[in-house]
Design a protein around this ligand. Structure first.
Ligand SMILES: [Zn+2]
Length: 581
């Protein structure tokens, strides 16, 4: 589990503050997608709160069908005696605390891959059993825009996305062309005959919307891809030979807030497998405030306004040439970190349903060994969950060998990068190997090997988090299989929406839930050894670990074999797509 929630909240002082916070958190994610936000898919802004269970969603009884096989014989194979050597190996000195990007993590990844191989499962990652993940952290040695003699500041007057910026210490600009919205579509072009090679271009964010709220590109109230993906415009400008791009953002302050994570140069972010190549696809580009735009346009600012008004009226638009002396500095220093996710894929047996995917996840990375005197073993966090997922993969492999494999494809994925901010699962959901829209559920196992103080008298419990946030069916299936098989005490204490620890946002399922995929999260609660070198294998309760892993297995078994896929049925009501700029 990652140590700090994205926004750390201590005690709510009073109801008023709680309400304010709730309003803040509920700023819905879909507004982000509907607007013309400069939000690159690989580095999205801090997520809004997930949809909250309202209790309104109606679900069918989860059992209107009968499973041919209830999985009991395979669940029985998930045993304390098999889990024990796995936990001891993963939490051993050899694995050095499994820090992402370090040698211990690589050893752990190989170890996990070997378990999958020994179980007879085929390699289905992009590199054997692995999905290579690349994380980037960029810092600016120098960044700035100077118009004439006036210096403008990053994140005050303009902002850039480091992941989509080339490293070009100085671009000198003498001529610019204002080209409306910077769009060229089969039936619409802002460029016309404008010659932009060797010059910079400046245009508005979004796309032209008429007074009646109709997009001039799509001809209806829905926006085109030009609004949804600003990078398309930058790539077009590059293709036309432009040297730099300035995007005028009329909602500059709002965008600055929304994108504060993605535009920050600090912290690790998932990037594609070749970040250098990605950056070189771009020319220097910046989102600029209306004030900076005015400085850039100089005495042509009024002309630009009137041309823009014509454009919106559907009248003839002419690009406006601008002469000005501008320096654009992007001097970047990039660090890369490579990790891997390890996958076991049990292909479904039903011709149709095998194209749907049931995910079982846990992270295998931990905090490593910051110096030679100490190792953060991470036995509970999360050699316990990792071992559980390995055993679940084995159980499914056994079922398949016995001729009763799951109808849907089951993917058991162990991710890294979690302790650095849920980055392995973030990477997976940004660069998925299987279609996300066909991904039915994520069953995420966190620390499941210890017993917390609250349950000192009954080790047969588990905290269940998130099961009802997106799908009441998932919630009911978990309760049903538990009542039939594992009979653990299901504790929903940490599932409360105003729970100050915000565990729901602190493990890998959250990245799946953010994509609208129902997710359930199993967790044993905290203990004094949490995130300390004393989180060691000898303290694990292997009987409890086995039972909890069995519960996760049964949920996977049911969701992989039910005739109908479980549906997200408790989404907040969708807002209509916003109109206008
Ligand atoms: Zn942790």
């Amino acid at each position: 589990m990652v140590k700090y929630p994205k926004v750390q909240i201590h005690k709510f002082e009073n109801l008023n503050m709680k309400l304010k916070l709730l309003i803040l958190l509920l700023l819905p994610a879909f507004v982000l997608t509907a607007q013309s936000d400069p939000t690159p898919p690989v580095a999205p802004p801090a997520p809004a709160a997930p949809p909250v269970y309202t209790g309104k969603g109606k679900s069918k009884s989860p059992r209107t069908y009968k499973l041919e096989n209830d999985g009991t014989q395979f669940a029985a194979g998930i045993r304390a005696d098999d889990l024990k050597p796995l936990v001891f190996a993963l939490a051993s000195d050899t694995m050095l605390g499994r820090e992402t990007g370090e040698v211990g993590q690589q050893i752990a990844a190989q170890f996990i891959a070997k378990q999958f191989k020994d179980a007879g499962l085929p390699p289905k990652g992009d590199k054997g059993y692995m999905q290579k993940i690349m994380l980037q952290s960029a810092t600016w040695k120098d960044i700035g825009i100077k118009v004439g003699e006036q210096e403008f500041k990053n994140r005050t007057d303009f902002f850039v996305f480091p992941a989509f910026s080339p490293d070009i210490p100085l671009t000198e600009i003498k001529e610019l062309v204002f080209i409306g919205y910077g769009i060229e579509d089969p039936k619409y072009s802002d460029y016309g005959k404008a010659e932009v090679a060797g010059k910079a271009v400046i245009f508005y964010n979004g796309e032209p919307i008429s007074k009646d709220g109709i997009s001039l590109i799509t001809g209806n109230e829905f926006r085109s891809n030009w609004s949804l993906d600003w990078r398309k415009k930058v790539q077009l400008a590059k293709k036309k030979g432009a040297t730099a791009v300035f995007i005028i953002d009329t909602k500059f302050e709002e965008s600055l807030q929304k994108n504060r994570k993605a535009i920050s140069a600090y912290g690790w972010k998932p990037v594609g497998s070749d970040p250098e190549a990605i950056a070189s696809d771009y020319i220097p580009s910046a989102f600029v405030s209306p004030a900076l735009a005015k400085a850039i346009l100089g005495d042509k600012a009024n002309k630009v306004e009137s041309e823009l008004a014509d454009l919106r009226e559907g009248d003839k638009f002419k690009p406006v040439k601008v002469k000005n002396k501008i320096e654009f500095r992007l001097d970047k220093e990039t660090k890369l970190l490579e990790g891997s996710n390890v996958l076991a894929v049990i292909e479904g047996t039903d011709e149709k349903l095998k194209k749907e995917y049931v995910f079982v996840t846990a992270h295998y990375d931990h905090l490593g060994s910051p110096d030679s005197t100490v190792i953060y073993y991470g036995a509970d966090d999360k050699a316990s969950g990792t071992s559980g997922v390995i055993e679940i993969a084995r159980a499914f492999a056994e079922a398949k060998k016995a001729g009763v494999g799951p109808k849907r494809t089951v993917v058991c994925m162990l991710v890294s990068g979690e302790e650095k901010g849920l980055l392995g699962s973030k990477y997976y959901t940004e660069f998925p190997l299987f279609p996300l829209e066909k991904t039915v559920v994520d069953i995420n196992i966190d620390m499941i090997g210890r017993v917390d103080e609250r349950h000192a008298n009954n080790p047969d419990y588990i905290y269940v988090i998130g099961s009802d946030r997106l799908s009441t069916q998932l919630h009911e299936i978990n309760e049903l299989v538990n009542s039939e098989h594992t009979k653990l005490e299901l504790d929903y204490k940490y599932n409360a929406k105003d729970e100050p620890n915000r565990y729901y946002e602190r493990s890998d399922h959250y990245n799946f839930a953010e994509k609208g995929i129902p997710a359930i999260f199993f967790f044993n609660g905290t203990h004094p050894d949490y995130h300390r070198p004393t989180d060691t294998a000898d303290k694990i309760n292997f009987d409890a670990l086995a039972k909890r892993a069995q519960l996760a297995f049964y949920v996977a078994w049911e969701t992989a074999n039910s005739p109908e896929r479980i549906q997200p049925n408790v989404r907040e009501e969708k807002k209509p797509i916003e109109k206008g700029n």
